[in-house]
Design a protein. Structure first.
Length: 548
C-alpha cells in the first residue's frame, strides 16, 4: 500500500492540512480516526493512534512525506474539560505525546469549548523527557497521576478526564491510506450489488444512520461534537453524566436549594458532558424540568452511541470481507438495513391504511402548523410480534402516537421502545403514548430541513386506571389494572373512532377531531397521555415520515 509522506521538519504535525490536501489529490482518508483516553486495559499491549486533528494548523507545501511515522506514542493521549459557571469557564485541554522517526514532542491544545483555541509543540531530546513533560502537564491540569488515571478523581478548579471509546486492542491502529491505483495500474475492487430497497426506504435508512444528522442533533442540544466525536461516544462518560444529574436532583430537594451548590454541580455536569455555549455563561441546572431535559438528552446520546456501535460492527465485517477477498458485496444501504433486524414495508398512498393514518394526522394534529405526511411504512421488528402475544388476553387496544428525536430512530427500530433507567415524566417511569398527534409531535426532534419521524403503536391497554393529576412516582399500574391514562381536557371524538383488525385483534383508531370532555374539564392534563409499564405491552405498527 503506498504511503503519503510529510517533511521531517517540525511542520509534520500539521496533519489536518495534510489530510485536506490528500483529499484534493483523490486519496481517501478513513473517516474514523482513532484516538484513546489512555484508559487501556491493564496489561494490554501498547498501541499507536492517529493524531487528533481538531486544531488550527499551519499550511504545508504540495510535497508530503511520512504521515504514518507521526503517531501518538503508546497511549499518551488525553482529552480534558473544565466548566465553572461562576467564573464563566467552559474550556478544553488536549495533551498528546507525538513520536516520529525516533523524535519525541508534546503537543498541547487548549481553548474555550466550541472554538479552535491555541496550540504549542514542545520538542524533547529523549522519550523519557517527553513522558516527564506529558505527565507533569497532566498532573498540573488535573491533580491526578497519569499512571493512576484509571482511578481518576475530579478536583475543584481542575480539568476532568473525558472518556471516549478507543479502538479494540487487537485492531490495527496505524493510519492507512487507500488509493484506486498505483502508477496507473488499477487495484482490484469489490463489486457492489445494486440496492434492493425502494428509493424512499433507501433514503430513510440513509437518514437514520447519517453522521451529519447525528451531529446536527447533538449541536441542537448544545453538545460539543469535537469533544465527544461520533463513533467514540463512551457509555461510561454518559453514565457519569447521569450521576452528576442525580446529584443535582438531590440538591434540588433541599428547601430552599443552595444556588452556589447548584452552580458547582451544574459545572460538574458540563465538565463531564461538554456543551458548546459559545461565549455565553453556561446556565445553571436549577429546576427538575431542566434536569429531566438533560436526562432525555443523555438518553438520545446513548441511542446515538448504539447506532454508531451498529455501524462499527458493519465496518468490522467489511474489513473481514476485504481480507477474505470477497469479490461481490451487498450495497452499503442494504447492510445498514440489515443491522436493524426489522422489516420496513412502504405503504401505498392509495391504500386504506395510508388514508386512515393521514386522516389521523390531519384530525388530531396541530391547528397552527399543518404536518405533511411524506411516507408511511409498516414495521415488523424481529421478535416483537411473539413478545406481544404474551398480552393476547388484553382486549382494550388502541393505535397510539409516539414522537421522538430523529437521532434515536435507528436504535428504536433495532431495540424497540424502551423504558430507560433514567426516564420519567408526569405519569412516572413508563412508555408514553397519545391519542392526539399534536401531543406526541411536540417531542419530535427534526432534521435541519424539518423532517421528523413518528411511530404509531398498537398498545394493549386492558383495564385502564384514570388520573387527572400528576403522579411522577408511578412505576406500574395499581393492582387490578393494566395501564394508566392521564385523562385530558380534550380527546379525539370517541364517536368517530374506527375499528381495524390487526393479527385477529380489534384495535381502535381515533379519526375525529379533539372535543372537550366534560368529565375531565378540571384535569391537569390538556391532552390525554396513555402509559404502560411493560415494554412488551406495545408493538410498533407504523413509521411515519413527516415534514414539520
Amino acid at each position: 500500500m503506498p504511503k503519503i509522506n510529510l517533511p521531517t521538519s517540525p511542520l509534520w504535525f500539521t496533519v489536518g492540512v495534510a489530510i485536506s490536501q490528500c483529499k484534493q489529490q483523490g486519496v481517501c482518508w478513513p473517516s474514523a480516526s482513532r484516538r484513546t483516553t489512555g484508559l487501556r486495559r491493564a496489561g494490554a499491549p501498547p498501541t499507536h493512534t492517529a493524531l487528533n486533528k481538531s486544531s488550527s494548523l499551519t499550511p504545508l507545501g504540495n510535497r508530503l512525506s511520512d504521515v504514518d511515522s507521526a503517531k501518538i506514542h503508546e497511549d499518551y493521549d488525553c482529552m480534558l474539560n473544565q466548566t465553572n459557571i461562576g467564573h464563566n469557564n467552559n474550556k478544553f485541554y488536549i495533551i498528546q505525546l507525538i513520536e516520529q522517526n525516533g523524535k519525541y514532542s508534546c503537543w498541547n491544545r487548549w481553548g474555550r469549548v466550541g472554538e479552535v483555541g491555541q496550540s504549542k509543540l514542545n520538542a524533547f531530546p529523549s522519550l523519557e523527557a517527553a513522558k516527564k513533560d506529558f505527565e507533569k502537564k497532566f498532573r498540573d491540569k488535573t491533580k491526578n497521576s497519569w499512571g493512576d488515571r484509571e482511578n481518576f478523581v475530579a478536583h475543584d478548579g481542575k480539568y476532568t478526564l473525558i472518556e471516549v471509546q478507543h479502538a479494540d486492542d487487537e485492531e490495527e491502529q496505524e493510519v492507512t491510506v487507500k488509493v484506486d491505483s498505483v502508477d496507473g495500474v488499477k487495484l482490484s475492487k469489490q463489486r457492489i450489488r445494486p440496492c434492493t430497497l425502494d428509493k424512499p426506504t433507501q433514503e430513510l435508512v440513509s437518514l437514520i444512520f447519517s453522521n451529519d444528522m447525528f451531529k446536527d442533533a447533538m449541536q441542537t442540544m448544545n453538545l460539543d461534537v469535537k469533544k465527544m466525536p461520533l463513533g467514540k461516544l463512551s457509555k461510561q462518560q454518559i453514565a457519569k453524566g447521569f450521576e452528576a444529574l442525580e446529584a443535582i436532583e438531590t440538591a434540588l430537594q433541599k428547601q430552599p436549594p443552595s444556588q452556589k451548590q447548584l452552580e458547582e454541580l451544574s459545572s460538574r455536569f458540563y465538565t463531564i458532558i461538554p456543551h458548546n455555549f459559545g461565549r455565553a455563561r453556561p446556565p445553571p441546572i436549577s429546576t427538575q424540568e431542566v434536569v429531566q431535559a438533560k436526562k432525555d438528552m443523555l438518553l438520545v446520546l446513548a441511542d446515538i452511541e448504539l447506532a454508531q456501535s451498529m455501524q462499527a460492527q458493519k465496518k468490522k465485517e467489511e474489513e473481514e470481507e476485504e481480507e477474505m477477498k470477497v469479490e461481490e458485496v451487498p450495497h452499503p444501504v442494504d447492510k445498514d438495513y440489515g443491522l436493524l433486524k426489522c422489516e420496513l414495508a412502504l405503504v401505498d398512498p392509495s391504500s386504506e391504511d395510508y388514508k386512515l393514518i393521514v386522516n389521523y394526522v390531519e384530525k388530531t394534529g396541530c391547528t397552527y402548523r399543518k404536518l405533511q405526511v411524506l411516507n408511511i411504512w409498516k414495521v415488523n421488528r424481529e421478535g416483537e410480534g411473539n413478545r406481544f402475544k404474551a398480552h393476547g388476553h388484553l382486549e382494550n387496544r388502541r393505535l397510539l402516537w409516539h414522537g421522538t428525536n430523529v437521532a434515536v430512530i435507528a436504535a428504536i427500530l433495532k431495540s424497540g421502545l424502551r423504558i430507560m433507567p433514567h426516564s420519567g415524566g408526569r405519569v412516572g417511569k413508563g412508555l408514553y403514548f397519545a391519542s392526539e398527534n399534536s401531543k406526541s409531535a411536540g417531542y419530535v426532534g427534526t432534521t435541519s430541513n424539518r423532517v421528523g419521524i413518528m411511530f404509531l403503536n398498537e398498545v394493549a391497554l386492558g383495564k385502564e386506571h384514570h388520573i387527572t393529576q400528576d403522579d411522577c412516582s408511578l412505576r406500574k399500574p395499581p393492582d387490578g389494572y393494566d395501564s394508566v391514562v392521564a385523562r385530558g381536557v380534550t380527546e379525539p371524538d370517541p364517536a368517530q373512532d374506527k375499528e381495524i383488525i390487526l393479527d385477529g385483534k380489534k384495535v381502535l383508531v381515533s379519526q375525529g377531531k379533539p372535543v372537550p370532555m366534560a368529565k375531565y374539564k378540571s384535569s391537569c392534563f390538556s391532552q390525554s397521555e396513555y402509559l404502560i409499564y411493560q415494554e412488551s405491552q406495545c408493538r410498533i405498527r407504523y413509521l411515519i415520515q413527516l415534514r414539520f
